[in-house]
Design a protein around this ligand. Structure first.
Ligand code: ZN
Length: 321
């Protein structure tokens, strides 16, 4: 399947989905222009801030804050925009990011840190902040930090109910995913299956399936818009939501050897699916680089075998001996 055919397929599908869900009847979709795509790749300018220090102001620095906010390293966004000041909030956020990814903790946007931020990754934040009502003090923010730990669960240890015998999954009909794609997802589910108290089965009905898989472009109505090619690849929700979304603008490779792909931005579909299924089952991001729940996946790379940490985590969550 050529790249253009591949995109056309998903654009057509997306238009239908957006119209039906968001009731935008006049919006039309087209292949994004270079400038539009550029807008979504602001993190490519992060290299400009390498020499920026505490107290300095540099135009565009707010994009770094937006990035760190998106993945949970800055809990609160200001009512308007982030400022372009290299302030203490930013230093703290960079330090937390560096700690989480085992980078040198410098509090600066050094080359290694910027390179790391530019890698393809999962869209689920690394630090999840949830508001909890507290009867005495009012609202409290509870932050789910993973630093120093390995496997992690979502707040409340969300999991599929005890006694579940089978989880069904289906594909968004408008995507018309081909058999290569379906086989890649089936292989990804089969990586988890031996460790689960239930089985997985593909069904055609998107309404009744426990897990709903769909490829979407940009803003697709769930508050977590995709960013076009590169960076965020996919996101999925913890149990028992079942939403599993992939960025339609990535160059997905569903079969063959991704490491030999002539396309430098090729992403292995099965590897991303294994990671997102981990979220769908209740695992959050892991700090273990060998884990499939590590949030970053390089281009032209396969990572499909569950790590010791993933297996340990899923066994604890589902109380499997
Ligand atoms: Zn993830």
């Amino acid at each position: 399947m050529s790249l253009h055919h591949h995109h056309g397929l998903f654009f057509a599908a997306l238009a239908i989905f957006t119209i039906s869900v968001q009731a935008i009847s006049t919006q039309s979709f087209s292949i994004p222009s270079i400038s539009h795509m550029h807008k979504h790749k602001q993190w490519e300018t992060f290299h400009n801030f390498t020499s920026c220090r505490l107290g300095q102001t540099q135009k565009g620095l707010s994009t770094v804050k937006n990035y760190l906010h998106r993945f949970g390293y800055i809990p609160h966004a200001p009512p308007t925009n982030f400022s372009d000041v290299f302030d203490e909030t930013l230093v703290f956020a960079i330090r937390s990011y560096q700690k989480n990814y085992h980078l040198n903790i410098t509090g600066k946007l050094d080359d290694n840190t910027v390179k790391h931020m530019m890698q393809p990754r999962c869209g689920v934040p690394d630090i999840i902040h949830t508001e909890k009502k507290d009867t005495t003090t009012g609202k409290q923010i509870r932050s789910h930090f993973h630093m120093g730990s390995y496997y992690a669960f979502f707040d409340g240890n969300l999991r599929w109910p005890a006694g579940t015998k089978q989880l069904t999954y289906s594909f968004l009909p408008q995507n018309n995913v081909n058999n290569d794609y379906k086989r890649a997802f089936a292989r990804a589910f089969s990586r988890w299956a031996p460790w689960m108290p239930f089985s997985f089965k593909e069904i055609t009905s998107n309404e009744t399936a426990d897990i709903k898989i769909g490829f979407y472009k940009g803003d697709h109505g769930d508050g977590f818009p995709f960013d076009g090619p590169y960076n965020v690849l996919a996101h999925a929700r913890p149990p028992i939501d079942g939403s599993f979304h992939l960025d339609a603008e990535e160059y997905w490779v569903a079969s063959g050897d991704v490491t030999k792909s002539p396309v430098s931005r090729a992403i292995d579909l099965e590897s991303v699916a294994v990671h997102e299924i981990g979220h769908l089952l209740g695992l959050d991001h892991s700090n273990d680089k060998k884990s499939v729940m590590w949030p970053v996946l390089q281009t032209r790379t396969r990572r499909v075998n569950l790590g010791y940490d993933d297996i340990k985590g899923i066994k604890v969550l589902y109380a499997i001996k």
